[in-house]
Structures are given as structure tokens and as C-alpha cells.
Design a protein around this ligand. Structure first.
Ligand code: ADP
Ligand code: CDP
Length: 243
């Protein structure tokens, strides 16, 4: 077959790259759903929250006062942050060091909203996120707070996950070890406080894009959420969305 024939055949076989943004507050199932959907559909995966956690961890590790926006802004370009996009083994390094564990500590979780509110931090990470998405050969699932509104406004599909604060706290608490896991009320209060900070900030707040599909996961199993999103992606790809 000549080159034109090969190109036509290839075009028939390989679906066009698809970009999916999944936003929502903590504990709605963004990471679990995004990784599973990316793996099922042969897409790359990006955890933008891990990048905000990584830069926060760097600030804390280097003695920057995370509540001093000017100091955080001055240092925003210093850490080298590299994200792996394999959904089966997402990785993140900071200045060459594996940051997967330290970015999940309570210290980082308590500081990340302050760092994430600094415009220079958001500008830098948004540029990085867009570059990673552009490099994904078959497409990518990108999860966060502002993917559909700011980072990838032209995404092929935008999902906004929600769930009751109680359900989200119970899920998060189920992940925590020891004392934290038993103090459900404290976990819920911390989640609600972080949601408010993320939604209330001036620069690219946590928000549902007007063209995002909202999925309330409160009474759904994780598998049901994954199946729902896979179906939405496949419908968007084939242009056969249900009315
Ligand atoms: N629909 C669901 N039902 C029950 N548990 C869920 C559901 N979605 C996620 N989980 C669990 O809740 C915890 C938080 O999920 P995660 O994907 O990390 O949420 P997010 O990324 O939105 O914070 C994980 O232990 C996950 O397995
Ligand atoms: N696109 C994003 C992703 C995360 N973030 C910030 O990073 C924090 C941690 O994000 P995360 O996704 O790891 O948090 P969880 O939803 O997993 O609890 C959020 O609370 C936001 O403050 C952001 O500002 N923008």
C-alpha cells in the first residue's frame, strides 16, 4: 500500500488525541477516577495537585514563609518539578528527588492552599501543565481545581466531581492512619476549610467550568464514577452524545 493509503488506514485506526479535565474539591474521587480512566483509554495522566504540593514542600523545606506571598512569588521559579504521566505509576520529583511521599504530609496539606493562591506560582505551574498536556501523543486526563476554567479551557471533555462534605471526609479519613483516621470531625473541618480557601482565592479558584459535566459522586461507587466518565469520553470521541 502506498504512503497515502497507509496514512488513511492509520487515521482510521488511531482515534484523535483527547484531552479530559477533571476538577473538584478534595475527596470527590478525582485522582482515583482520573488514573483509572486514563489507564482504560490508553491516555496519559497528570496530577496537578501533586505539583502544587511539590512546590509547597519545596518552600517549607527551604524555610520560605508560606504566608509571605512576596517571598513565595520570588521563589516560585526555583524548584525543578518533574511529573511522570503514566497512570499506572504516576511520579513526581523535586530537584531530582522523589517527592511522592513527603508531599502528602499534613504539614504540606495545611500549607498548600496558601502557596497555591500566589499568582506567580499559578502562572508557572499552569505553563508546565499545558506543556505536559501538549506532549501527550494520544491525549491525557488532567485533574485539579482549575483545569476546565483556566489551564485547558479547550479540553475535549470537562468533568466537575462533587460529593457531600460528609462523604468526602469519610473517604479521606479512611485513607489516614492512626489518630487522624479516627477524628472524622477534624478531617471534615480541614477539608471544608481548604475547599473555602481554594474556591475563594482571587487567581484561578476552584470552580466548575460552564461547559463541564457535573457528577455527584456521593452515592456512587468508585467503579460507577469511572464507568460514567469512560462513557462520557467515548461519547465525546465518537460525537454520539446522548441528548
Ligand atoms: N465514589 C467513591 N466511593 C467510595 N470511595 C471513593 C469514591 N471515590 C474515591 N473514593 C476513595 O476516596 C479516597 C479519595 O479519593 P481520591 O481519588 O484521592 O479523591 P480526590 O483526588 O478528589 O481527593 C480514596 O481512598 C478513594 O479510593
Ligand atoms: N489545579 C490545582 C490543583 C491543586 N491545587 C491546590 O493544591 C491543593 C492540593 O490538591 P490535591 O488535588 O492534591 O488535593 P486533594 O484533592 O487530593 O485533597 C489543593 O487544595 C489546591 O490548593 C490548585 O490550586 N490547583
Amino acid at each position: 500500500m502506498n504512503n497515502v493509503g497507509n496514512a488513511v488506514t492509520a487515521a482510521r485506526i488511531a482515534p484523535a488525541a483527547v484531552v479530559v479535565g477533571i476538577d473538584g474539591p478534595s475527596g470527590t474521587g478525582k485522582s482515583s477516577t482520573s488514573k483509572a480512566v486514563a489507564a482504560k483509554l490508553g491516555l496519559r495522566y497528570l496530577d496537578t495537585g501533586a505539583q502544587y504540593r511539590a512546590i509547597t514542600w519545596w518552600m517549607l523545606s527551604n524555610g520560605i514563609d508560606v504566608n509571605d506571598a512576596a517571598a513565595v512569588a520570588d521563589a516560585a521559579g526555583k524548584p525543578e518539578i518533574v511529573s511522570g504521566t503514566d497512570p499506572s505509576a504516576p511520579a513526581i520529583t523535586v530537584d531530582g528527588a522523589d517527592a511522592a511521599a513527603p508531599i502528602r504530609t499534613q504539614e504540606v496539606t495545611s500549607a498548600v492552599s496558601a502557596v497555591s493562591a500566589v499568582p506567580e506560582v499559578r502562572t508557572r505551574l499552569t505553563e508546565l501543565q499545558r506543556a505536559i498536556a501538549a506532549e501527550a501523543p494520544h491525549g491525557i486526563v488532567v485533574e485539579g481545581r482549575d483545569i476546565g476554567t483556566t489551564v485547558l479551557p479547550d479540553a475535549d471533555l470537562k468533568i466537575f466531581l462533587t460529593a457531600s462534605a460528609e462523604a468526602r471526609a469519610a473517604r479521606r479519613s479512611g485513607e489516614l492512619k492512626g489518630k487522624e483516621a479516627t477524628d472524622l470531625a477534624a478531617t471534615q473541618a480541614a477539608l471544608v476549610k481548604r475547599d473555602a480557601a481554594d474556591s475563594g482565592r482571587k487567581t484561578s479558584p476552584l470552580a466548575k467550568a460552564d461547559d463541564a459535566v457535573e457528577v455527584d459522586t456521593t452515592d456512587l461507587t468508585l467503579d460507577q464514577v469511572i464507568e460514567c466518565v469512560v462513557t462520557l469520553v467515548e461519547e465525546r470521541r465518537s460525537g454520539t452524545e446522548s441528548a
